[in-house]
Each structure stands twice: as C-alpha cells, then as structure tokens.
Design a protein around this ligand. Structure first.
Ligand code: SF4
Length: 447
C-alpha cells in the first residue's frame, strides 16, 4: 500500500488506499483521497490499520489487469473489506466472478460512486476540524511536482485501446478552473506542473474552446491559451501525451522563450502509414519528421519523447524497418517501446496477421538496441554543458542528490546524479555542469 502515514489524521474511520496505474489514475486517487479527508476519514498506510480498503485499478493492458486483480486479492486477504474503482472497474463482471466478496465496484473517475460506496460500508464521523484541508488537495507526488489533469476521456478510436469505451468521450475542464488549480499548487510550493490528459492536444474541442476567466482576463479552453497561462506562473511546465496536431506548433515558441519546458511527450506509436491506418491514428510519419525538424529549428533544446508499439497485427518486416528508419532520422531523445498485446474488447484483436511472440520479442530488442545508441548519443551531447536541474531526493550517506534536467520527466525518463558539496534539498533548483552520461542518465557537479 502507498505509505500515506504523513497524511493520517488523529481520529475518524480509517481507509487504506491502493493506487495503481498511470498518472491519470493517480490524479483520480488524489481526488478521491481529498474527498475522503474532507469528510473526516483517516488514510492509513497498513491493511491491518484500515476499516476498509479502496483499490483504484488499471485495466489498460493485460499485465495491468493482472496486477490489479492481484492487488484486490491481497487487500481481501489482508483486510477483507474492499471497494474497487478505476479503469478495471468498468469490467465489474470480471471482478465479481473472481472475487464475489468485493463490497462495491465503480468505474474510472466515478468519484461520486466511490464516495457513496464508502459511505454505505463505513459512514463518516463528523468532525469539523478534520474538514480543514489544504486548498490544493492531497497530492501523492512529492510536494515539489504535481500532475495537472486537464480533461477526461478521448474522442479517438485507436484500435488497440479501450480507454474511450472505459472513460468515455473527451470532457475538458474549463481553462479558468485548470489555471486556478495550477496557481494554488504553485502557491503551495509546487515547482513543476505535469500536464496530462488522454489527448492533451484535443483540449477544449468538446467545449467549442469556450473562454473563461482567470487573473481578470478571458482565456480560451485551448492548448495554446492554457500553455500561455501556465507560462505566467514561473514554474516548470511539462506537456505530456501531446498528439502532433498542427496547432501544437504554436506552443514551441513558448518553449524557446522559456515559458514552457522544452519538452514534448508525443505518443506516435508507429511510423508505417499502413500500420498507423490499421491503428486508426491520423498522423503521417513524413509530416511528423518535417514538423520535428521545424520544432528543432525554433527550439534547438527541445527534448522529444515518444512511445511505439511493435508487432501490431499485420506489421511486416518492411513496416518495422520503416519504423527503424524513422527513429534513425528523428533521433528522438527518449523512446518507450512495447510489444503489442491484445486487450480484451479492443478492435485490433480482430485484425488479421498476428505477429508471432518470438518475432515481437526480436523486433522489440532491435528497436531498443538502436534507440539506446541514439539516446546515448543525444545525452553525450550534454556533457560539459551547464544545466538547470530540480532535485527530487537526496541520499546524504552517498553525498548525492537525484535530480532532473528540463528534459527529464519524473518516473519515465532518466535522472541526473549530482555529486559534490551539498546541502541539497528536494524541490531545490540548482545549476550544474554535466560531467558524464550513459544511455539513460547523466552525472553532474554543482557549479
Ligand atoms: S488517443 Fe488513442 S490510444 Fe490515446 S486514449 Fe485515445 S483512443 Fe486510446
């Protein structure tokens, strides 16, 4: 269970919380926990201390489903009173068949459903003092960075993905609300905001880009206005899950001006036009290469991260070679690659030409080998340079601080090991000179 002992209140019914899945699920957990705390529940770090356990599950790929089922089983064995929520909750039957003892099941971002379930099985004890909550809510991330979720759901229908059927169509939060939340987080000490959504570039489409107020001005619920507003806050702002639509070009100058981190996480998934079509992804790799070239012209320091799927049904050796050629050409800084694995309910399962498991393994290994060389070369270019880093945590015995540059997102990218005279503290910005690099991490000394 996530250690939440620093958030334990003195009295009140006790809830254990297990949070699984991606940053988007983490934000859901934060919202549920904030509500629980606001109603006087205590969050406890151990099963044997809890009156009831909430498990926020992930159902994206089969491995995540297995991990979620395992977590539910463990909570039932260790505690017995379990409420399940989150993406896997959309498949209530699967959960109920395997664990008939589970008290209640609700789906992704169904905050009301979880709270009602908790009320039914563990009524709140009213205590006005416990209603005192920090205005920024409870954050599961370290205090100096926080995820900012700008929308739920997705209007695409990528054939390998069941998120739209689990989470529904795109629902954006009005920009004034998002900017106000970001401002509260910054006032509370957050130094880095990580913007997340299923499809960040589509932000506001569902609202017709309706405007709303913040700091006495009107802002459109649109990626560029959001980015401009966040850029006024004077902290690091990092954009995740940005699909390369043309209007994304408009935020690159903000990166060059230092208003946004020069970082884009663009989930491209493949480079063969044929496979992208099978995946129902709208991009074309020729266009993408051209766009990347332009982005680098405007903002030479930009760090690009992407994810790819290998062994998608129908992927031939020629398609795969096309993907490798794209990677050689694009020289992305960071790449995550996954073997295609069927997800229950996904359209792609019905596609012809399933790739043998051994073939997928082999292609994944080839891709990772190629990318390791590219990533290592990109990182080597940083040796000798001065970089601003943000310290995540400190290892005093080793005399080392673990930090990140503007090009490293927490959890998914590499780190910078800063060696030398402290004292360091988490959340501190530092100027360092990079002294070494491998294919993933950097080493540096403070200036
Ligand atoms: S863009 Fe595609 S992969 Fe991403 S959530 Fe939407 S449907 Fe799924």
């Amino acid at each position: 269970m996530k250690d939440l002992s620093n958030q334990v209140a003195a009295s009140g019914p006790r809830v254990g919380f297990v949070s699984l899945g991606c940053p988007k699920a983490l934000v859901d957990s934060e919202r549920i926990m904030t509500r629980l705390r606001a109603e006087g529940y205590r969050l406890v770090p151990r099963y044997d201390q809890a009156d009831l356990v909430v498990v926020n599950t992930c159902g994206f790929i089969e491995e995540a489903v297995a991990e979620s089922l395992e977590a539910i089983g463990e909570a039932l064995d260790e505690n017995g009173k379990v409420i399940v929520t989150g993406c896997l909750g959309e498949r209530a039957e699967t959960i109920r068949q395997r664990f008939p003892q589970v008290l209640e099941v609700s789906g992704a971002h169904d905050y009301e459903g979880v709270m009602e379930a908790v009320h039914r099985h563990l009524p709140p004890a009213h205590d006005p003092f416990l209603d005192l909550l920090p205005a920024e809510g409870i954050k599961l991330t370290p205090r100096h960075y926080a995820y900012l979720k700008i929308s739920e759901g997705c209007n695409h229908r990528c054939t390998f993905c069941i998120i739209p059927s689990m989470r529904g169509k795109l629902v954006s939060r009005p920009v004034g609300e998002v900017l106000a939340e970001a401002e509260r987080l910054v006032v509370a000490g957050v130094r880095e905001l990580l913007v997340i959504a299923q499809d960040t570039s589509a932000y506001g489409v569902d609202l017709g880009y309706r405007d709303s107020g913040w700091r006495g001005r009107r802002w459109r619920t649109h990626l560029t206005d959001l980015a401009t507003g966040l850029g006024e806050l004077g902290v690091w702002v990092r954009m995740h899950y940005v699909y390369p639509y043309p209007h994304v070009d408009d935020i690159i100058p903000l990166m060059a001006e230092g208003k946004l981190l020069p970082y884009l996480d663009i989930p491209l998934q493949h480079a063969s036009g044929r496979i992208l079509k099978q995946m129902k992804r709208p991009a074309d790799s020729e266009d993408t290469l051209e766009r990347i070239r332009r982005w680098r012209e405007i903002c030479p320091d930009i760090t690009l991260r992407s994810t790819f799927i290998v062994g998608f049904p129908g992927e031939t050796e020629a398609d795969f070679e096309q993907l490798l050629d794209f990677l050689r050409e694009a020289r992305l800084d960071r790449v995550g690659a996954f073997k295609y694995s069927p997800v229950e309910g996904a359209e792609a399962n019905a596609l012809a030409g399933h790739v043998a498991e051994a073939e997928k393994e082999e292609r994944l290994a080839r891709l990772m080998e190629l990318q390791a060389d590219i990533s290592a070369a990109r990182l080597r270019e940083k040796v000798g340079r001065v970089e601003k880093v943000l310290i995540d945590h400190v290892e005093p015995e080793a005399g080392v601080a673990i930090a990140r540059t503007r090009g490293d997102a927490p959890e998914i990218d590499g780190v910078v090991q800063v060696e030398g005279a402290g004292p360091f503290r988490p959340g501190q910005f530092l100027q360092v000179r990079v002294t070494g690099a491998d294919e993933h991490d950097l080493w540096a000394r403070p200036l």
